[in-house]
Design a protein. Structure first.
Length: 369
């Protein structure tokens, strides 16, 4: 019984000793945390440097973009009408060709021999006709004999002309100035009738671009300007205008086919190329537009970072939801969410988060604004 107070006393000493130790450790941890907070406070708050743009309005015209095919206004697939053996080839693949230049000569030696005989027959028939013309006036031959001589002359002349036409068809010449395509022609080669000789393409200073649009855009007017772009080929779009359209809408695709003429003086566009055709479909109107690089996308919607003044002459980024309209030339229409003269982050905005400190990169556009 006398040992119980002593045991309780020992337990109390242990308890209060442990409690003191725990409080001491807790105090030390609080001291460490305060020290860490003080160290952290001595470092500047993280920030990002971005480009910025002041929100403005501009004249805008909604457009649609479709795929078109480049065509040469003058192009022909040259073929030989008659069969024969090749005796001369007057061009190389890729040559610049002049109008009426000889491209291919087929053997016409037999035709030439027949032509000479036919011309001789025609000459004899003409001599006979001249003699019969005098005799019929003197009533020394009948009118029937004269008519027969005249018929023989006509037949002989027609035969000679037919042979000359055959000879002419065995010389294939260029119908216009242009550039020749590939060919596999060799002297001595025998060609069947209607063999492809080459493709001749005329000047490409102006080209056609054929494209189709849905029937909803079938009311586009002729002379409407269009922009032509070809990724990897054109540094900047080429300007053109609509010059023609089909008279009806396709019953299968429900599209209407259009043709634009495009200035192509540097001959960057080649026949057969596929290009993007941008066609305006609304009147010009005034809207807010921003660079497409300013828009960020998330499951919650599209947003931009608006840059606003903050404490101690700093700037902060505030995420704001926006409603997007149409897009062209790397700019997008803002239908709601922004106001004129607000400043937004553009290039580099993907590095930001809501409330983050922002530094503005000095650009010519921002300086001008």
């Amino acid at each position: 019984m006398t040992a119980q107070p002593s045991t309780l006393k020992r337990w109390l000493v242990v308890f209060f000793g442990c409690l003191f130790l725990l409080l001491a450790l807790a105090g030390y941890k609080v001291f460490q945390i305060r020290q860490l907070m003080a160290v952290a406070a001595s470092y500047p708050e993280p920030s990002e440097t971005v480009e910025a743009e002041t929100v403005k309005t501009e004249n805008w015209q909604d457009s649609v973009t479709t795929v078109g095919e480049v065509l040469a206004p003058q192009t022909v697939e040259l073929r030989n009408e008659l069969e024969g053996r090749v005796i001369a080839v007057g061009f190389h693949a890729g040559d610049a060709i002049k109008k009426d230049q000889m491209l291919l000569q087929l053997d016409a030696s037999e035709d030439i021999a027949q032509l000479r005989a036919a011309q001789a027959d025609a000459q004899l028939a003409q001599t006979a006709l001249t003699r019969y013309a005098k005799l019929v006036t003197q009533k020394l031959v009948s009118r029937e004999q004269y008519d027969q001589a005249r018929a023989q002359f006509a037949v002989a002349t027609a035969h000679a002309q037919a042979l000359q036409a055959t000879i002419d068809k065995k010389t294939i010449t260029a119908p216009f100035d242009g550039r020749a395509g590939l060919h596999h022609l060799q002297p001595g080669q025998y060609l069947a009738a209607n063999t492809v000789i080459t493709q001749l393409v005329g000047s490409l200073a102006t080209v056609w671009v054929d494209f189709s649009l849905p029937q909803q855009q079938s009311g586009i007017a002729l002379e409407t300007p269009v922009n032509i772009n070809a990724s990897g080929t054109l540094a900047t779009p080429l300007a053109g205008k609509i010059i023609a359209s089909d008279s009806a809408i396709s019953t299968t695709s429900r599209n209407k086919k259009w043709r634009a003429a495009v200035s192509n003086t540097a001959e960057q566009l080649k026949p057969g190329m596929l290009v993007d055709v941008q066609v305006p479909v609304t009147a010009v109107h005034n809207v807010i537009t921003i660079p497409a690089t300013a828009v960020q996308y998330s499951d919650a919607g599209n947003f931009v970072y608006v840059i606003t003044p903050a404490e101690k002459n700093t700037l902060r980024a505030t995420a704001r939801t926006v409603t997007l309209g149409t897009e062209k030339n790397q700019r997008v229409v803002i239908e709601s969410g922004l106001h004129v003269d607000e400043r937004i982050a553009t290039s580099g905005s993907y590095k930001l988060h809501n409330g983050m400190l922002v530094n503005i990169k000095d650009t010519a556009q921002e300086t001008a604004q």
